[in-house]
Design a protein around this ligand. Structure first.
Ligand code: URA
Length: 271
């Protein structure tokens, strides 16, 4: 097998979800015969005795459908944002939680006109505990600000899942399905005038469609869920991390923002 160079090795580790070094000094386990694979006995201390279960730990759900049912039951019961946040923080049914360092619930004004649902927290979000606080969040903020939307005043932000997927991969359909009851209750509690889905994962998850973003963007749809008495308008646009990779598409995203601005202006006229 060809030897991997240092950059590919690092990338391989990052793709596998490794984002932190645990020792101060790198150890080459291939060079030192004491620690070579096959002689691990000498290199590593004997395994610790099995730990007794953590007191008060919540039971894990043994199948995705059990986790979805548990999430639904918790979401059904939550009647306030604080209750929903506590339910999400205490939920043990999504495997993403095991590799993430924080639960990332939301940011912005709960009285918002517009609620944005993104894909999943990334590395910066996992450190700071705030959705969209890294480079793509900065672009999202600039885009929203261009039509008068800010987190402080009139925008509320969350994601399809509440924990960072390892290595910044996309959340799987199973992970988004497990978190969906919480997201649905979240939307109902905020009850925005407009839901804005940022990127393909949010669009597929919330609108249950496989249609390409290029077909979906530029229009309004109706969004309903079991907790909403009546559907609310929804629009979709490109995810800011896609726009950072493909700046040529910013023109289309700008078109989406103008469409949203017009919609919000019409709302103001009606009030
Ligand atoms: N990308 C997202 O979709 N959500 C975040 O919170 C950060 C980056």
């Amino acid at each position: 097998m060809a030897r991997m160079d240092k950059k590919s090795t690092l990338e391989w580790h990052m793709d596998a979800g490794v984002d932190e070094a645990t020792g101060d000094q790198p150890v080459n386990h291939f060079k030192n015969p004491e620690s070579a694979i096959g002689n691990q006995k000498a290199a590593f201390p004997p395994p610790a005795a099995p730990q007794s279960p953590i007191p008060n730990s919540k039971p894990l759900h043994h199948s995705p459908s059990a986790a979805m049912a548990a999430a639904r039951e918790l979401a059904d019961k939550a009647t306030t944002l604080a209750e929903l946040k506590a339910a999400v923080e205490g939920f043990e049914g999504c495997a993403l939680k095991k590799t993430a360092s924080k639960t990332i619930f939301s940011d912005g004004n709960p009285q918002a006109l517009v609620m944005v649902i993104g894909e999943a927290p990334g590395a910066q979000e996992d450190i700071q505990g705030i959705p969209f606080c890294g480079p793509s969040g900065q672009l999202l903020d600039r885009t929203l600000a261009s039509i008068g939307l800010t987190r402080a005043e009139n925008t509320y932000i969350s994601n399809t899942v509440f924990w960072r997927p390892p290595g910044n991969r996309q959340p799987t359909p199973e992970e988004t399905a497990i978190c969906l009851p919480f997201v649905e209750k979240h939307i109902a509690l905020i009850h925005p005038k407009l839901l804005l889905l940022s990127g393909g994962v949010a669009t597929t998850t919330m609108l249950k469609t496989d249609a390409a973003m290029s077909r979906m963007r530029g229009k309004f749809y109706e969004y309903g869920n079991p907790y909403l008495k009546a559907p609310i308008p929804v629009a979709v646009t490109y995810h800011p991390s896609y726009l950072l990779r493909s700046p040529g598409q910013k023109r289309l995203a700008w078109g989406d923002m103008l469409m949203i601005k017009e919609f919000l202006n019409r709302l103001k006229l009606k009030e």
